[in-house]
Design a protein around this ligand. Sequence first.
Ligand SMILES: Nc1ncnc2c1ncn2[C@@H]1O[C@H](COP(=O)(O)OP(=O)(O)OP(=O)(O)O)[C@@H](O)[C@H]1O
Length: 317
Amino acid sequence: MPSILEVKGLKKTFTIRKGFKTFKVKVLRGVDLTLSEREIVSIVGESGSGKTTLLRVIGRLYSEDEGEIVLFGSSLPKKFKRKEELDFRRKVQIVFQDPFSSLNPVKKVKYILERPLKIYGIKEEREILRRIEEALQDVELLPPELFLNKYPHELSGGQRQRVAFARSIITRPKIILADEPTSMLDVSIKSSILNLILKLREEHGIAFIHVTHDLASARYISDKIMVMYAGMVLEEGDAKELVSNPLHPYTQLLLKAFPDPKSPRSKIGNLGEPPSLIEPPPGCPFEPRCKYRQERCKNYVELKKFSNRLIRCILYE
Ligand SMILES: Nc1ncnc2c1ncn2[C@@H]1O[C@H](COP(=O)(O)OP(=O)(O)OP(=O)(O)O)[C@@H](O)[C@H]1O
């Protein structure tokens, strides 16, 4: 399938201040990603691995220091002009982790959903209402009339996240960037939101980049999983294969860190501490805690093709 988004060699460093000193935090250290039409790619990794930053750079909330983002064949500028930004946001939408803070608490659902339409020049009231009702139906908030005049605080967490998805699809985007969209929700609601993502892909042909630290959710909805660690991709491959047969020692450890419901007595692995991003190790970032480590790992950073995976590890050269 043709790729609609290509991310090449993305690097991002934040400068933080501690007292009189400043430090450079290297959060993305050369990340590549390809997204095809209708594809769902999950970026998985523990807290601090750079997943959200990657999503925010792709969503142009941050600009990259180095690298390139190519959307539908055109390279994105580092800074948008107004028209370029409108065009970009029509095609690429973001859904955030916390629908409480991403929805304006003093505005009703109707206002929240009509704003993007008005920004894109749709002014006719009947057309606005038709599009809003269509979006509410798409996210299964039924009947739509029941929700139009509600404030976000009058909705449950799952319903709020559905409103956030309705807002994101109302401009008919090609790509949605979803940042841990289920992490604030109860387990029972979680799966319904994951099913909603699958439905939106199916019915509207939307491709998703989905950030999560939950491998089970990633496996359930994704075509492809990318495992990130300390600002780098360590393994990438078909979602089902990667979870059933993890190859990189870090992916293996990450999987062990999740309790297996089928064998409650299985031992939960200890992930330990990730390296500092202020002075990250020059080679494999997982080397300090890898049980297979060799001297060469200290300088080894190549992401290589192994079978149908991409792996950054000397064990798979
Ligand atoms: N605006 C910022 N200024 C300074 N440091 C930042 C900024 N945003 C993120 N960081 C740092 O970058 C690192 C990666 O953060 P990021 O949020 O991308 O990770 P993550 O994998 O999404 O983790 P989480 O699941 O906890 O959100 C962290 O060490 C974080 O403290």
